[in-house]
Design a protein around this ligand. Structure first.
Ligand code: NAP
Length: 492
């Protein structure tokens, strides 16, 4: 069954950073795919903005190349491509000055009633100057929205400054702080699984769940982004946003409705209930790592310092954390979080490990009874696996084994899921903020991250090297094994 496509309202989408990597790899292909699916109305326009004096013609060439590079050739049929290109415009503006803004204002004035979206796909240092000029040039209409890309600050104070600058021009109901993980099919399915089934919610607490693991592993290194990455590190780049969002959706109480503020209120409570990790507890609760040369997928790869062309760096490319949520539902249930670059595989998953059964009626000949596990996979193959114990088929007596009840969304539904940006961009146009972060969520996430960052600094916490292609340093294995548990791949 093909999904229903409902057209969104007519819109102008202004992409600041329209010639950047994010625009080329994600935003333009996502918009093209939605256009191909018939979701963009005839009047929809996409306006790229950057400093280069490209003109409409030069920008059209950029867009065409971006689509050729990032959309499957079979999907780039002539008519769809030409229709999409006809929507594209360009405006040369250096957002740190006043030049070019009047031209942008004129272009936008062609239809002031339609939805107007400003997408900030530029460095966060530019968020304040852009917002200020959008305000000064009178570009905000009642139907305006602004999309802020991560990172939102480098710490709580940085995020506060950005939120304040943008908040002077846009109302909170107009601000869409994007975390593309929330646009993934599986993430939304996590909510369906929890709140549209009788089965799981009664078990979703410390009485029945032993612990939860959240892994976001990349096999790639820092590549061209080394300069940026070295000022950030895994904790800021992945944990502060993606991993904490996954943790919130896994752990939150049922919201009273699937609506933006109801969902965000519940996520906020989880962020506030995270037990603080500080100078006294960071060494025991966190592990920092940095990749060295090794081999990923059979290919030799160099280490982080060589990727960076630097002699030394204090930046972690891996982090593992034992987190705790101090509330009634989760008391005593550890959440083990980890993320890193140049790990053994590219995989993101949430693993819910249930407690052992309270009493076994089977004798030792039946074999070991493994704990039930629910694995929610975000990538590479979005889906879910519920591991249950069954009797090994055959006449050989009662022998038990754990089997996976496996569901791959692609295999089950026969369609590949749209990229997260496709869904999120359409949500922005529709004005639906459910899958976007509110300012207080961002602040609460930093409130938990900041003390870890400062503990690492004060205590000069060691960075453990790990060979590229491993699952991080051995200290990460020790972190979980101290509690008598193992990471998922170590139990296979
Ligand atoms: P990028 O490739 O360096 O692109 C930056 C864009 O900003 C270019 O279009 C550049 O065009 C424009 N720009 C820079 N200074 C400007 C100015 N003063 N006035 C107007 N335009 C200006 O960066 P990116 O990788 O696309 O990343 C953009 C933002 O998204 C960053 O905050 C990044 O952290 C975030 N992000 C990126 C990704 C990704 O996959 N790339 C993923 C998540 C988040 P000109 O040089 O022509 O002005």
């Amino acid at each position: 069954m093909s999904p229903r496509t409902i057209q969104v309202s007519p819109f102008d989408l202004v992409v600041f950073g329209g010639t950047g990597d994010l625009a080329a790899r994600k935003l333009l292909p996502a918009l093209f795919q939605r256009d191909r699916a018939g979701q963009l109305p005839e009047q929809a326009r996409i306006i790229g903005v950057s400093r280069k004096a490209l003109g409409d013609g030069g920008y059209l060439r950029f867009v065409r190349q971006a689509l050729e590079a990032h959309v499957k050739p079979a999907e780039l049929e002539g008519a769809a491509l030409e229709r999409f290109l006809a929507r594209v415009h360009f405006c040369a503006v250096d957002v740190t000055g006043d030049g070019g803004w009047s031209e942008l204002a004129t272009l936008l004035s062609e239809d002031v009633a339609q939805v107007r979206t400003f997408y900030f796909a530029v460095s966060p240092d530019l968020f304040a100057p852009i917002s200020q000029r959008i305000g000064r040039f009178g570009l905000v209409t009642p139907e305006s929205r602004v999309v802020l890309e991560k990172p939102l600050g480098k710490d709580g104070e940085g995020a506060r400054v950005v939120n304040e600058a943008v908040g002077r021009v846009f109302g909170e109901h107009q601000i869409f702080r994007i975390d593309h993980y929330l646009g993934k099919e599986t993430v939304q399915n996590l909510m369906a699984l929890r709140f549209a089934n009788r089965l799981f919610e009664p078990l979703w607490n410390s009485t029945h769940i032993d612990h939860i693991q959240i892994t976001v592993a990349e096999d790639l290194g820092v590549g061209e982004r080394g300069g940026y990455y070295d000022t950030s590190g895994a904790l800021r780049d992945m944990v502060q946003n993606h991993i904490l969002q996954l943790l919130c959706l896994t752990a939150m109480e049922p919201p009273d409705a699937f609506e933006a503020d109801a969902v965000r209120d519940e996520k906020l409570k989880i962020l506030k209930a995270l037990r603080r990790i500080d100078d006294h507890t960071a060494e025991a609760a966190t592990v920092r790592g940095q990749y060295r040369k090794g081999s990923v997928g059979g290919q030799p790869t160099q280490g982080y310092l060589e990727d960076l062309a630097a002699e030394e760096s204090e930046t972690e490319t891996f982090v593992a954390i034992r987190a705790e949520i101090a509330n009634w539902r989760w008391a005593g249930v550890p959440f083990y979080l980890r993320t890193g670059k140049r790990l053994a595989a590219r995989t993101s998953e949430i693993v819910v490990n249930f407690r052992p059964i309270s009493h076994s009626i089977f004798d030792h000949t039946a074999g070991r009874i493994s704990q039930n596990r629910l694995i929610i996979r975000l990538q590479p193959d979005e889906g879910m696996t519920l591991e249950v114990m069954i009797k090994d088929p055959g006449p050989g007596g009662m022998r038990l084994r754990r089997i996976p009840l496996d569901m791959s969304f692609v295999e089950t539904f026969g369609v590949s899921n749209p990229d997260a940006y496709e869904r999120l961009l359409m949500d922005v146009i529709r004005g639906n903020q459910t899958l976007f972060m509110r300012h207080d969520e961002v602040a609460a996430a930093w409130n938990w991250i900041d003390p870890i960052l400062s503990a690492w600094k004060h205590t000069a916490q060691r960075i453990h090297p790990y060979p590229a292609g491993a699952w991080g340093p051995s200290a990460s294995i020790a972190l979980i094994e101290r509690d008598g548990r193992t990471w998922l791949e170590d139990t296979e």
